[in-house]
Ligand binder design. Structure first.
Ligand SMILES: Nc1ncnc2c1ncn2[C@@H]1O[C@H](COP(=O)(O)OP(=O)(O)O)[C@@H](O)[C@H]1O
Ligand SMILES: [Mg+2]
Length: 337
């Protein structure tokens, strides 16, 4: 049985041959990859929080910096519960979902490590976004982070940058806590809010305490500065940003302009074609985009290539480069594979 990715690639190739306009030649390369629905979710994920080695920053945040040493917090994720919810975990048995994420992550890792075709600024900063809410950005971000952490030699940082609708800690069964917004407000150092996990190499940066000016902070110069700092200070890390949707907010576009790579999650069978086109047009200038078809069931996928193939994302959707069949040099990826 051919994979969804191969089927989709074949269909897009047919469309191209049939003369369907897939974009102008100067358009940036965009690749697409489908992700099938995971097994149905069970209600709550429970995670144990191990004794925290550094105290959580107190409410009177400005003083926090001087109150405690820079010891990274550590939590114990309940990996079995996460697996039961349909998320990838490092030691879960080989699955279709895991295989699909393997295909998706390869070009991302390669680019992040400067081994891709293009030289990218901030190549290790990967934004996960979508046109609309609820398309699977958080689901994708977590799975991508887990998948990369399982094979990548270096640390992966997962950042909850969807500050208006944060979900990372809840998804992982962890209590709310300080994070990105607190760093942007200058009330804490990043080292104080990073969380290490029992998944080797996976570090979390939560969105932080709810803040009236959350979206402004995300689009602020402070955020640009922080991203620049992160790209350089953690150049050997891959940093995944679970980000706000592109069409309902403007801060997501600002964020996008600082990212090396962008993954646009498209919920199969739901997101209108016009919405995806519009979303892509808001980040026209970002050099590297990958479109990920989320929850593409085999049945839905049957009509998908045709429906979405005419988006005009640009030429060079180049599935070859993230396939296992040797096209485009998939072997240049770190990890055990
Ligand atoms: N491929 C998938 N398989 C199963 N459930 C999914 C998948 N993608 C998303 N979901 C579920 O759909 C809901 C919305 O996804 P979420 O990632 O929270 O969207 P967003 O972050 O874009 O708002 C969540 O309950 C999530 O677990
Ligand atoms: Mg989300």
């Amino acid at each position: 049985m051919t994979s969804l990715i191969e089927q989709a690639a074949a269909r897009l190739e047919q469309l191209k041959q049939a003369g369907v306009d897939l974009g102008n030649a100067s358009a940036p390369a965009v690749s697409t990859a489908p992700v099938a629905p995971a097994t149905p979710a069970t209600p709550e994920v429970a995670a144990q929080v191990t004794p925290v080695s550094a105290p959580v920053a107190p409410q009177s945040a400005p003083q926090a910096r001087t109150l405690h040493p820079h010891e990274t917090k550590r939590v114990e994720l309940d990996l079995e519960a996460l697996t039961a919810q349909g998320f990838l975990t490092p030691h879960a048995p080989r699955s279709y979902l895991a295989d699909q994420y393997r295909n998706i992550k390869r070009p991302l890792i390669r680019n992040a490590m400067g081994k891709g075709a293009a030289t990218l600024n901030h190549a290790n900063l990967i934004m996960v976004t979508s046109a609309l809410p609820g398309e699977g950005k958080s689901f994708t971000s977590l799975n991508l982070a887990m998948s990369i952490a399982a094979e990548f030699d270096n640390t992966v940082m997962l950042v909850d940058a969807d500050v208006a609708r944060p979900s990372m800690l809840r998804m992982l069964g962890l209590p709310p806590g300080p994070g990105l917004l607190d760093v942007l407000e200058n009330s804490v150092d990043m080292a104080d809010v990073l969380i290490k996990t029992n998944v080797d190499k996976l570090t979390l940066l939560p969105s932080g305490r709810p803040h009236a000016r959350a979206t402004e902070l995300l689009a602020s110069d402070a955020m640009s500065g922080l991203l620049d700092h992160m790209a350089k200070r953690y150049a050997d890390r891959i940093i995944i940003f679970d980000s706000p949707p592109l069409l309902l907010t403007t801060e997501s576009r600002v964020l996008a302009s600082h990212m090396g790579q962008i993954v646009i999650v498209v919920q199969a069978e739901r997101t209108p074609q016009s919405a995806v086109l519009q979303a892509v047009s808001t980040i026209e200038n970002c050099p590297l985009k990958m479109v990920l078809l989320n929850q593409a069931s085999a049945k839905a996928d049957a009509g998908y290539g045709y429906h979405y193939g005419s988006y005009g994302y640009g030429q060079g959707y180049g599935y070859g480069y993230d396939r296992d069949d040797g096209q485009g040099g998939a072997q240049a990826v770190a990890g055990k594979a």
